[in-house]
Design a protein around this ligand. Structure first.
Ligand code: NAD
Length: 243
């Protein structure tokens, strides 16, 4: 396998999913007892579901926003923020998560490709901005002043994720790609590992259990809880012990 040099020329792209926030007390989607076991995906994570029953969708995200607001970053989020600070080359963290735990840990070079619970999107004026507290069918858009037009700034199934040109550019230049706490079932994120491999990157997965065992997509698969294995991995990487 290619040597991963700690140099200004070495570029890292990290993809995270719900698994990295599990130890902060936030449910994943697909694990037993996860969010999809309690809600129907078509009802709460599609534009059609929202237009069918806006109060239900607002309730669903209001509950998640309240939980995320009190959740704390765990050692895995903190290790990635530390890696960004210590890494001399390019670093980009792409998260599928809608919680704000990477920000709480101090990450800066961060894209929320699926949006964030702390954002509003106005269906009337198209404006976006930050939002805190509950949202309802009578909330008023801070930009255009209309009410009944706000939705959470979340990318739902069938919608285009954010920042895709920048993400694909970074993947095309990556030397190291890390996939952490994601089941690899939601596209286009599930394909990022292939993009990075095509660019010649070393690909490494850190997950509770290997998400795509036998597919040959990852050069290294590290199984374990993110809160344990991410800090250890980052430490080894910064000591130049991963190759
Ligand atoms: P997923 O639920 O499909 O998969 C989670 C993965 O994390 C699984 O492979 C599981 O084995 C692993 N995992 C569970 N606990 C772990 C732990 N402690 N340490 C390491 N790995 C662990 O989640 P996904 O792949 O991110 O699915 C994509 C969608 O889920 C995204 O669209 C995202 O917006 C959404 N989501 C986000 C949050 C959040 O913001 N915290 C929560 C739930 C779902």
């Amino acid at each position: 396998m290619k040597q991963i040099e700690i140099s200004a020329a070495t570029s890292i792209v990290v993809l995270t999913g719900a698994g990295i926030s599990q130890e902060s007390g936030l449910d994943t989607f697909r694990d037993a007892g996860g969010i999809w076991a309690r809600y129907d995906i078509d009802d709460v994570a599609t534009p059609e579901g929202f237009h069918r029953n806006p109060p239900l969708v607002h309730d669903f995200y209001n509950e998640q926003r309240r939980e995320a607001a009190i959740a704390r970053a765990n050692p895995a989020h903190i290790a990635l923020a530390d890696l960004e600070k210590a890494w001399p080359g390019r670093f980009l963290l792409v998260t599928q998560n809608i919680d704000g735990l990477h920000e709480k840990a101090g990450s800066k070079a961060l894209f929320h490709m699926h949006g964030t619970l702390d954002g509003f999107l106005c269906e009337a004026c198209g404006g976006r901005g930050s939002w805190s507290g509950d949202m309802s069918i009578s909330s008023t858009c801070p930009l255009c002043g209309r009410s009944g037009t706000l939705r959470p700034d979340i990318v739902w199934f069938g919608e285009m994720p954010y920042h895709m040109p920048d993400i694909y550019r970074a993947l095309g230049e990556a030397d190291l790609f890390l996939s952490i706490g994601t089941s690899g079932t939601v596209y286009p994120a599930a394909d990022f590992v292939r993009e990075a491999r095509q660019a010649g990157a070393v690909t490494i997965e850190l997950n509770l259990e290997s998400s795509r065992k036998g597919h040959g997509l990852f050069d290294i698969e590290i199984e374990g809880k993110a809160g344990d294995c991410v800090p250890t991995f980052v430490d080894e990487l910064l000591k130049g012990r991963i190759s």
